[in-house]
Structure formats: C-alpha cells, structure tokens
Design a protein around this ligand. Structure first.
Ligand code: SME
Length: 194
C-alpha cells in the first residue's frame, strides 16, 4: 500500500509538548556547584540561586525541600543537608538530602537540639568531641546547625553534615544565616512547625 494511504498513527492520549516548552512551564533551575570558589563567593552565588528558587512560592514545605536539595547539590563536602521542625515540643525530621536520619530530637539534645534551645548557630569541627552528638550517619565528622528564628519565634533548624573534619567555620555560619533569612522572609513555616 502506498505510504500516503496508510492510517495515521494514533494520537497520543495526552498532548506531548517539546522539551523547550516544558522547561519554562516547570520552572527548571540548573544548580551550579560552588566547588572551587572562595567561601564568600560560594555563598554569594548560592544565596542568589536560593532567592531565585524561592521566588513566587511561599509554601514552607516546598521551599525547605528545594532548599535542602540546592544546598546538597551546590556545596561541596556534604553528606547530609536538611531540616528539623519544632513540633509537639521537640524537633521532628523535615525535608532533607542524604541518608535516612533520626526522626525526633528533644530540645537540648545533640547538636540540633542544642542550637534550637539556644537559638544560636552551632559549629562543630569534630562531632566526636561534642558531648551528646547524635550520630545518624557514622561517616559524619563535622556539622553546622543554624536555627530558624523569625520575630523571636523558633520554627526549627537547618542542619548540614560533612564527612570532613572542620568542614564548617564562621564563613559558613554567616553564609547559611543569610540563606536561612531568605527562607524565613520568603516562606510560611506556620504549617510545618508549631
Ligand atoms: N547529628 C545531629 C542529628 C541529626 S543528623 O546529623 C541528620 C545532632 O547531633 O543533633
């Protein structure tokens, strides 16, 4: 049978758009690594990307999930990046990237509970030297925890772990505090934390 008389292929059940149309519709973000940059430059780039990722969305769960993914992809030397939210009087695991982690941490316990109770960033160069450190992944050697505090109210903490000793310092604390300030200004965390 000549080609032109063949039945046309069945139409797809759902319209299929070419990739270049799908990408802007789904707001794809290409995350750039900060490896090789100075810490100050790395956090400038990271926080510019974070501001872009947070633009147009205030949902606290969605924004913390994307922020955990962004930090984990963009910052070198991490084995865990994520959130614990203050719920039911303690910290409860939120969105994260990395290995399965402990779910509930009491205020005052571990690095996360200490940062939440004090309302201060805690930098731990050697987790084995931190009394009460909670080991979720035995590969972790150092850790930084930044509390999520807005208008004097604590919503939870941001926690980053590294398999390298002394991975985090005052520059990381300053850069991550800016990141947390962007998150808090651009998100409603009232539905994920008490
Ligand atoms: N190491 C933390 C526990 C959380 S995990 O690192 C993901 C702590 O001591 O609070």
């Amino acid at each position: 049978m000549p080609d032109e008389k063949r039945a046309p292929p069945p139409a797809p059940k759902f319209p299929v758009a070419p990739a270049e149309i799908l990408i802007p519709l789904h707001g794809m973000h290409v995350i750039q690594t900060t490896a090789g940059l100075s810490k100050a430059e790395a956090y400038r780039q990271l926080n510019a990307q974070l501001a872009a990722v947070l633009t147009g969305e205030r949902d606290g769960l969605a924004n913390t999930a994307n922020m955990a993914a962004l930090l984990y992809q963009a910052l070198p030397g991490l084995n865990w990046a994520g959130f614990y939210f203050l719920r039911d009087g303690g910290l409860v695991l939120g969105p994260f990237q990395g290995k399965v982690a402990c779910i509930r941490i009491a205020l005052g316990r571990g690095v996360c509970g200490t940062a939440a109770q004090r309302g201060e960033t805690v930098v731990v160069p050697d987790v084995e030297a931190f009394p009460g450190h909670i080991a979720c992944d035995h590969a972790s050697r150092s850790e930084i925890v930044v509390p999520l505090v807005k208008d004097g109210k604590i919503f939870g903490v941001l926690d980053l772990d590294s398999p390298e000793l002394a991975r985090f310092d005052a520059e990381d604390a300053a850069g991550l505090q800016v990141a947390v300030a962007l998150l808090l200004a651009g998100s409603d965390l009232g539905r994920v934390a008490d």
